[in-house]
Design a protein. Sequence first.
Length: 74
Amino acid sequence: MEIKELKALIKETMREVLQEERLRLCQILIPYVTDDEQRELETEFGVPSEDTDEELVDMTDWVKNGNQISQKSD
């Protein structure tokens, strides 16, 4: 195996490990909300209407792909 290939493999492996750890950290930092707490929040602040979907951006792919935005067209 050439040094270039080895460096590329190590770099990719480190990216994967860092992404996994970043996701674990996010899970740790997001507070758990019980069903009762969620109902209280919805009562106090309301439920977002479906009309505002055009204002929302789904960041799922961005997080899964290591902060790279895919070039999908609607």
